[in-house]
Design a protein around this ligand. Structure first.
Ligand code: CAO
Length: 258
């Protein structure tokens, strides 16, 4: 059987979808109509494209952040800054991208080449009243955990109050979406094309874990890694998450490396 080779990233394949259902909702009961914001419409079209065109798989794991939680609270108090697990996670992800370069790659628009990036720009999803924005922390490999925390606080505040210019949201290599301050045990984040993976963080929780033969209560952070299965295989996704968990279990190493 001979089949023409598809062009994965070419121009946006036609999906031949059924039309969106047209329903007269008002005929069933009272309703309000709210126009979608410009950001919601724009982000919505990107999400639909990414969900339809990228073969997503989501790998779930947990990281023991018991020590990290103590260290971040002590360091935050000493330095007078808000240090959440997210800033440490940005550093752990950079380390993962260095070890597994296919996570820091993109398929080019023609679908013929894999571009491997040697810079480390990490997108962080921010929930704003007008919709989802993803500012990028540039050169995260050259910033300390404290600098990253300060930048996340500054840029998320700006995103929520004034919005962000395009140049703060471009050039990302890998994104992180943290719902940990709200709740949840796991979710399926949608990859931010042309990136090839995104990490979701749900709410850390206490759990009895076997530590050297003894059951101990540990603070566990749920990780949900969605990856583009054209570029990354499941074994590498599992290794990537194990690496993240290993980095997070030793937070002082991350701080000392700064
Ligand atoms: N588990 C438990 N607690 C967590 C946590 C986790 N995974 N992550 C953060 N927290 C805690 C923080 O430590 C902080 O508590 P303390 O003050 O006691 O330390 C509290 O939750 C609030 O954190 P925060 O949300 O202000 O800060 P952050 O760095 O974790 O996140 C930001 C910043 C901008 C990413 C976040 O505010 C946000 O907008 N998240 C939503 C992202 C989103 O919408 N994603 C979905 C995209 S798809 O629709």
């Amino acid at each position: 059987m001979s089949e023409a080779l598809p062009k994965p990233g070419a121009t946006g394949a036609s999906l031949d979808l059924a039309p969106w259902p047209e329903v007269d909702f008002g005929s069933f009961g009272p309703i309000d109509v709210q126009p979608l914001s410009r950001i919601q419409k724009l982000v919505g079209s990107y999400l639909c494209r990414n969900w339809a065109m990228i073969p997503h798989v989501t790998h779930h794991d947990e990281a023991d952040i018991t020590l990290l939680d103590t260290v971040r609270r002590r360091l935050g108090a000493d330095q007078g800054l808000k240090l959440t697990p997210l800033a440490f996670m940005v550093k752990a992800v950079v380390s993962g991208l260095k070890l597994y370069p296919r996570f820091n790659a993109s398929i080019d628009a023609g679908g013929k080449n894999l571009i491997l990036k040697k810079y480390f720009n990490i997108g962080v999803a921010v929930d704003t009243p007008k919709g989802l924005l993803v500012p990028v922390i540039r050169d995260a490999d050259r910033k300390s955990v404290a600098q990253i925390a300060a930048e996340i606080a500054e840029v998320s505040q700006q995103a929520r109050t004034k919005g962000l210019p395009m140049d703060r949201m471009t050039g990302g290599c890998f994104s992180i979406s943290s719902l940990g301050s709200i709740g949840g045990t796991a979710f399926t984040p949608i990859i931010n094309a042309p990136e090839v993976a995104i990490l979701g963080l749900a709410k850390a929780f206490q759990k009895p874990v076997n530590v050297d033969g003894t059951l101990a209560w540990r603070l566990m952070l749920p990780l949900s890694l969605s990856y583009d299965h054209r570029i990354i295989n499941g074994a590498d996704a599992a290794r990537f998450c194990v690496h993240l968990a290993s980095r997070l279990s030793d937070p002082t190493q991350m701080i000392e490396a700064d």
